[in-house]
Design a binder for this molecule. Structure first.
Ligand code: DGL
Length: 260
């Protein structure tokens, strides 16, 4: 597939920017159309029916932008309703689950893997099932971190509050002697400094977006003839989104506010 049409990408808010960042690195000449549903974030405690409805609205919008492929840059949707979401489109679509699981299985030596994510993702046990299906000897230790997404949406990435919250969630998880930790929510890489500070230094931290972007780059030919004129849309207030997108992407993209 060539990059003459854009890649559509969406999340509940700013979390998917961490995925956009990896895709921009792997496919520097390919255009992204991003939708962040910050008006209805967080998604982590939402009912599956709501997530199906929101996904349909967003995917319809991204289809109207003539996207050639879709990236569900939301761990919660990827873990809970991805089968429904796949039915909503005819273009190739990727979620976050497989990328994180494969990267973690490649990285672990002790086969003791931690997963942190939203309450919805952890309750689905999707990572645990996928890991054990590929390696029955692996042990999975899960911890929901519901306060992380509001911290990120507020832009509190590495202050004393973020550090204390990370410490509370992660100290207990690390006691299980994990050697690898999957960041199962796309907001979490923005908290990486607080997360690292709360964990033993030798734990390998997996951002699934890195593997996903590598996989996407195998599918799309990143022709340099195209200038990537990325478009960002946000359903809530654009100021906070722009501020965090500047932190995540080192560049201002001047998102447009868009209600679906
Ligand atoms: N960033 C999303 C995820 O990866 C959604 C988080 C949320 O809105 O609760 O799960």
């Amino acid at each position: 597939m060539t990059n003459d049409r854009p890649i559509g990408i969406f999340d509940s808010g700013v979390g998917g920017l961490t995925v956009a960042r990896q895709i921009m690195t792997a496919l520097p000449h390919s255009k992204l159309v991003y939708f962040g549903d910050s008006l209805r974030a967080p998604y982590g405690g939402r009912r599956p029916e709501e997530l199906v409805q929101f996904s349909r609205e967003i995917i319809d919008f991204l289809h109207s932008k003539n996207v050639a492929a879709l990236v569900v840059a939301c761990g919660t949707i990827s873990a809970t309703i991805f089968d429904d979401v796949k039915q909503m489109t005819d273009v190739p679509i990727m979620g976050m689950l497989d990328a994180g699981v494969e990267a973690a299985l490649d990285a672990t030596k002790s086969e003791r893997i931690g997963i942190i994510a939203t309450a919805g993702t952890i309750a689905s046990r999707a990572h645990e099932r996928a890991i054990v299906a590929k390696n029955p000897d692996a042990k999975v230790f899960a911890m929901p971190c519901p306060l992380f997404v509001p911290l990120v949406e507020e832009g509190w990435l590495d202050n004393d509050v973020a550090q204390l919250v990370a410490q509370k969630y992660l100290a207990q998880l690390a006691e299980n002697d994990i050697d690898t930790l999957i960041l199962g929510c796309t907001h979490y890489p923005l908290l990486i400094d607080s997360i690292k500070a709360a964990l033993p230094v030798d734990i390998k931290i997996i951002d699934p977006a890195v593997r996903l972007a590598e996989d996407l780059a195998k599918m799309i030919l990143d022709s340099p003839s195209t200038q990537p004129n990325h478009e960002f849309y946000v359903s809530g207030n654009k100021d906070k989104f722009d501020q965090i997108s500047y932190i995540a992407l080192n560049k201002s993209f001047d998102a447009k506010e868009m209600r679906l």
